[in-house]
Design a protein around this ligand. Structure first.
Ligand code: SF4
Length: 463
C-alpha cells in the first residue's frame, strides 16, 4: 500500500500539546475520513505533526481493496513500532480495521486502538478512553447507521478542494468486493444538508468539490423528498444551480445505474466537470455475470456512447480486473476489445486477488500469477497507446487549471487539475497562483500529465 496522504491537519500554536500523525491509504473517502479524524483530535487538544517520531498518537487509515490488506497494515505497524517514541499510541482505522477488528490486536499487541469506518465521528471519545486505560479500545460498530458528519471549511486540510460524502455503503455485492461488508448498505445523505455544506465551502472560498460515494449514481434510492425520490442527476443540477461552487466532480459511477440524465446535466451546467469514472471491470459477459456486475459489455458500451456523444468533451476513466477466477484467454480478448472500443482517458488495471468474506474468495483462483501479469502488461500497453492518441486533443488548447501548489517535481513550476481531472504542470512568471483558476496553454503531452504555460488573456475551455 502506498500512502495517498501522510499528513492530515494543520499546525496550531499551542505549546506542549500532544501530537498526532495520520497515514492515509486508498480512496478519497479515506482522505475525507482522515480529515474528519484530524478535526476530532484537534478538538480534544492534539496538534498535527509531520514527524512520526514525535507523535503521541499514530493512526493508519487503511484500505481493504488492495492485495493482502491486513498483512500490509501489520508490516507498517512493525515499522512504526521501531520509530515511535516510548508511550506513543498506535491505532488502525479504515476498512481493514472494520473488517478485522480485534484480530489485529491479537496479531500486533502494540496496536491499542481500532476505529471502524462508522466510528470516526467518535474518535475523540475513543482516544480519551485509550489514554486512560491499559486495555486496547475497539469500536467496529455496525456500518448501517447514518454517519454523515458535516466538516466545517476551517476543519479541512486542503484550502481549495473539498471532499463531501453524499452516499455511503453499497448494495451491489460484486463477488470480488469487500466494501458492502466494511461500509455497509447504501445510505443517502439529505440533499439540503449536502447543499448547505457546499454553500459553506463556497463562502469559505473553495473552488472544487468532489461528491463521494461507492456508487454515487444510486443516490436517493434509500431516501424520498416530498414523497418522491431525488435521483443523482437532480442532485447534481441542484448543486450546480445553488451551491456557488465553480467546479463539481463526482466519483465513483456504476455502469448499471449511470444514465443519460447525468450526461444531460453535465452538458447543461458548466459547474459540473466533464469527467466520468465508470469502471467496466471486464469485457466478457461471462466474467461480468460471475462478478455480479449486472450489465453486459454491450450495455456498458452503450453508456460509453452516451458519454462520448455528448456536446461537451467528457473525459472517461475506468477500472479493470484481470485474472478473475475462471477468466479464459477468450474472456481476456473480450476485455481487450472493450478497452479498445471504450477509448478511456485513463484506466486503472488490477490483477485479481481474493478478499476475505467475499463470494469469489471461496472459488478456486484459476488463473496463474504469471498469466495475470502477462494480461496486465498487455492491457497496460494497449491503454498507453489509446491514451497517447486521445490526449493529443489537448495540445495547443487553452485549459482552465485550478492551481493546487508548486509541482512536486520542480519548484519552478505550478501544478493543478483541469475540470476533466488531468494533472497539469506549467510555467508562470507570477509569484503566487495557489487557489486560483488560471488559463494554461498546453504545450506538451506527458504519459500521465499535461505541461503548459500560463496565459493571461485568452478564454480557457471547460475541458
Ligand atoms: S459496486 Fe463497487 S463498491 Fe459496490 S460491491 Fe461492487 S465494486 Fe464494491
Amino acid at each position: 500500500m502506498e500512502p495517498v496522504a501522510s499528513i492530515v491537519g494543520a499546525p496550531t500554536s499551542r505549546a506542549r500539546a500532544k501530537k498526532y500523525f495520520i497515514e492515509t491509504f486508498g480512496c478519497q473517502m479515506n482522505v475525507l475520513d482522515s480529515e474528519r479524524a484530524g478535526a476530532q483530535l484537534r478538538r480534544c487538544g492534539y496538534q498535527w505533526t509531520s514527524d512520526i517520531e514525535e507523535a503521541d498518537l499514530i493512526l493508519l487509515n487503511t484500505c481493504a481493496v488492495r492485495e493482502r490488506p491486513a498483512e500490509k497494515a501489520l508490516v507498517r505497524v512493525s515499522e512504526i513500532r521501531r520509530r515511535k517514541k516510548p508511550g506513543a499510541i498506535i491505532g488502525i482505522m479504515g476498512c481493514v480495521a472494520q473488517a478485522e477488528g480485534r484480530r489485529l490486536i491479537e496479531r500486533a499487541p502494540d496496536v491499542r486502538l481500532i476505529v471502524g469506518t462508522q466510528a470516526v465521528g467518535h474518535l475523540a471519545a475513543l482516544v480519551t478512553k485509550v489514554e486512560g486505560s491499559d486495555e486496547a479500545v475497539v469500536d467496529v460498530r455496525a456500518p448501517n447507521r447514518p454517519a454523515f458528519d458535516r466538516l466545517a471549511p476551517e476543519e479541512r486540510r486542503q484550502r481549495h478542494v473539498a471532499y463531501v460524502t453524499i452516499i455511503e455503503g453499497c448494495d451491489k455485492f460484486c463477488t470480488f468486493c469487500i466494501v458492502p461488508f466494511t461500509r455497509g448498505r447504501e445510505r443517502s445523505r439529505a440533499p439540503e444538508e449536502i447543499l448547505a455544506e457546499l454553500q459553506a465551502l463556497a463562502a469559505a472560498g473553495y473552488k472544487e468539490v468532489h461528491l463521494l460515494g461507492q456508487n454515487v449514481n444510486s443516490y436517493g434510492r434509500s431516501r424520498r423528498i416530498e414523497g418522491r425520490r431525488m435521483g443523482f442527476a437532480e442532485l447534481l443540477e441542484l448543486l450546480a444551480a445553488r451551491s456557488g461552487i465553480p467546479r463539481i466532480k463526482f466519483t465513483t459511477s456504476h455502469p448499471r445505474d449511470f444514465d443519460e440524465r447525468i450526461v444531460r446535466a453535465i452538458e447543461r451546467w458548466p459547474q459540473l466537470c466533464p469527467w466520468v469514472h465508470l469502471p467496466p471491470q471486464s469485457g466478457s459477459d461471462r466474467v461480468l455475470a460471475a462478478m455480479n456486475r449486472g450489465y453486459t459489455a454491450e450495455e456498458y458500451l452503450q453508456k460509453v456512447a452516451l458519454i462520448h456523444g455528448a456536446s461537451r468533451d467528457i473525459s472517461l476513466t475506468g477500472d479493470v480486473i484481470v485474472g478473475f477466477p475462471g477468466e479464459t484467454d477468450e474472456d481476456f480478448r473480450q476485455t481487450v476489445r472493450l478497452v479498445e472500443q471504450a477509448q478511456f482517458d485513463g484506466l486503472y488495471i488490477f490483477k485479481y486477488s481474493p478478499r476475505p468474506r467475499t463470494v469469489a474468495a471461496r472459488w478456486v483462483d484459476t488463473v496463474p500469477e504469471t498469466v495475470k501479469t502477462e494480461r496486465l502488461m498487455e492491457l497496460v500497453e494497449i491503454q498507453r497507446e489509446v491514451q497517447r492518441r486521445r490526449w493529443q486533443r489537448y495540445l495547443g488548447k487553452t485549459i482552465d487549471v485550478l492551481v493546487e501548489g508548486r509541482s512536486a517535481k520542480s519548484e519552478k513550476h505550478w501544478s493543478g487539475h483541469t475540470p476533466c481531472h488531468k494533472v497539469v504542470n506549467f510555467e508562470s512568471s507570477m509569484e503566487n497562483l495557489e487557489g486560483l483558476i488560471v488559463k494554461v496553454e498546453v504545450t506538451k503531452i506527458n504519459p500521465h500529465s499535461l505541461f503548459g504555460r500560463h496565459v493571461e488573456s485568452r478564454e480557457g475551455s471547460t475541458m
